[in-house]
Design a protein. Structure first.
Lengths: 483, 104
């Protein structure tokens, strides 16, 4: 396909805000990788920065920055597409801008607290000011409230803009209902309970339902808009697929949550319920693969934006393999009894987040990058995005492989054979299958980080040549006219 | 109480089989759909081959005797669901696109 150019239409204020969302998302992505590298190195050399920022702190920052930058990228995607969908500026854009900068400031303050304060006394003031202390939901209560306020203003933006435009599409309806669930389910994580079973019961609503259900639906909406933009797929088609996928995601995922309830002290029926629905959880993911392949394949993979279409396909495959295969591998109770809480969960988490969400945000970032240049290059392409994608995919596959081997070693030697005794713990952690993987995950982490640097360079430069070319051509033409 | 080595053997076997059980329908779906889109019958047949291997994996899971009656029945139902999924989704995709042909 030959390259064409077109002048960029004027950007909406909402789209200008979305650019900031992606800039901050990419910055936080880099921080996430840095903290991950430090944490990986501390597993090789536990004394490193022990007194400054121990593994616990780096791991918390690695996971929390991941959640924040992915959510920022997904919300940024909605701010990008919303004015195009409704044909008007977003209502309440000033409030959106204010809460955005409040959130950015809050994230920086929180990072400072995690790094320099780290923990406090076992009092309510610690929970409100410094850290909740619960894995993945470490953020103190003031950050929780700020996040809910952020989602509430975002929801207001979407609803008010939809109503003002008098254009209530199926995609917008799904988005509105999903955002209500996004705000409500996050608040479930604020119900601290001294009974650890009850506490964990609601904790999983955030960790499983919030991330694996409401985020998946948000991704579904963004994928639908992206397919319309990248391939020109009809609205009816993407809406029909979206309704089907939402039904499958919620139908299998809500009670699929039960596989997290196997061993936390809940009634025994969760073993049957959780296992039953978990076996069905890959179904919507297979459907998404078919959907993406059908649309992209029927267009012979020709799209207006090559890196974006690559990440769209990567999302379908990565989501299926990371969330579906690596998840189902360990969710039947017969296996999960021995594998839960091992590094198999970390393997599943790394590959699933990469496949389902990182790929989506990078697809959106390339769509935005294409449309912020003065002259839009069609199709958008470069050499560097392929290097970035290759290095990052190679990196994440290596990290996942290393975690899988160490998790398998824990499951077999420490749990199944050793019966979780202290001697079995020592035997596992000194076993070559475990010890050697610590170095591998650090090495592949570096590959991922180099891929990230290439990605940032590519996002910064891709498509700029088209602008330079058009300007040079115009200047040459003007010069010729003078002669 | 199962003896430790036997327990480890059960976990190793079931985990490997579950991995294949979830991965093979993905391969089946990808090859089947690509074969249909690009009109390459052999690709679709390779996909069906993966589906058949998944059914074989299901049979092996049943033969191990590690699953009780409830889980054995459920695994068979899920395996059949995954086996009919790619052709069913292909038909659905065609129907959706045909119904909305020309509408952008």
């Amino acid at each position: 396909m030959s390259t064409m150019t077109s002048s960029r239409p004027k950007l909406y204020e909402s789209q200008k805000l979305a650019i900031w969302y992606f800039v901050v998302a990419m910055f936080l992505f880099g921080l996430q990788l840095v903290f991950g590298l430090i944490a990986a190195y501390q597993q090789l050399n536990p004394d490193f920065w022990l007194e400054v920022a121990p593994f616990m702190t780096n791991r918390t920052l690695h996971v929390n920055t991941l959640i924040v930058w992915l959510l920022v990228g997904l919300v940024g995607g909605v701010y990008w597409f919303l004015p195009q969908e409704t044909g008007r500026e977003v209502v309440g854009i000033k409030a959106a801008k204010i809460i955005w900068w409040v959130i950015v400031a809050g994230v920086l303050v929180l990072a400072g607290i995690y790094l320099f304060v780290q923990y406090g006394p076992g009092e309510h003031s610690t929970l409100w000011l410094f850290m909740e202390g619960r894995e993945y939901l470490e953020a103190p209560r003031w950050v929780d409230l700020a996040l809910v306020l952020w989602v509430a203003i975002f929801l207001y933006n979407v609803i008010a803009t939809t109503l003002a435009s008098r254009r209530i599409t199926g995609l917008l309806m799904v988005l509105v209902f999903d955002l209500v669930a996004l705000g409500a389910l996050y608040s479930a994580g604020m119900h601290y309970n001294i009974n650890v079973t009850m506490d964990q019961f609601l904790w999983w609503w955030v960790v499983h339902l919030w991330v694996e259900a409401t985020w998946e639906v948000l991704v579904g909406v963004l994928m639908a808009w992206s397919l319309m933009y990248l391939l020109g797929t009809s609205r009816k088609v993407v809406e029909t697929w979206l309704f089907l996928e939402v039904a499958l995601v919620f139908g299998t995922g809500i009670l699929g949550l039960g596989h997290h309830y196997f061993w936390i002290g809940t009634p025994e029926y969760w073993l049957g319920l959780g296992g039953f629905f978990s076996a069905l959880e890959p179904l919507p993911l297979v459907a998404m693969v078919v959907h993406a392949l059908y649309d992209a394949g029927s267009h012979r993979l020709t799209a207006v934006n090559k890196p974006a279409i690559f990440w769209l396909i990567a999302q379908a495959f990565g989501n299926f393999i990371g969330a579906g295969v690596w998840g189902f591998m360990q969710t039947l109770p017969q296996i999960n009894m021995y594998s839960h809480g091992t590094q198999l969960a970390a393997a599943h988490g790394h590959l699933a987040f990469f496949g389902a969400y990182l790929s989506t945000v990078l697809m959106l970032a390339y769509i935005v990058a294409q449309n912020v240049r003065e002259t839009i290059q069609i199709p958008l392409d470069s050499r560097w995005w392929k290097w970035a994608a290759g290095l990052m995919i190679f990196g994440i596959v290596g990290i996942t492989g290393a975690f899988t081997i160490s998790g398998f070693t824990q499951t077999l030697i420490e749990r199944a054979e050793g019966g979780s005794t202290w001697a079995a713990f020592i035997r596992t952690y000194t076993h070559p299958w475990y010890a050697s993987t610590l170095g591998w995950r650090y090495f592949f982490g570096w590959l991922m980080f180099i891929g990230y640097l290439v990605l940032v360079y590519d996002l910064w430069t891709i498509g700029k040549k088209a602008t330079h070319f058009v300007k040079a051509t115009a200047a040459a033409a003007a010069g010729g006219g003078d002669d | 109480m199962i003896e430790a080595t036997a327990r480890a053997e059960m976990v190793r076997t079931l985990m490997a089989l579950e991995f294949a059980f979830a991965m093979l329908p993905g391969f089946y779906g990808v090859f089947y759909i690509l074969g249909q889109i690009w009109h390459r019958r052999w690709l679709s047949l390779v996909g069906v081959g993966f589906g058949l291997v998944q059914l074989a994996v299901t049979a092996i899971m049943l033969r191990t005797g590690y699953l009780d009656a409830f889980w054995s029945r459920w695994i068979v139902v899920v395996a059949l669901a995954y086996f009919i999924l790619p052709p069913a989704l292909w038909k659905l995709a065609q129907a959706i696109h045909r119904a909305n042909a020309g509408e952008v």
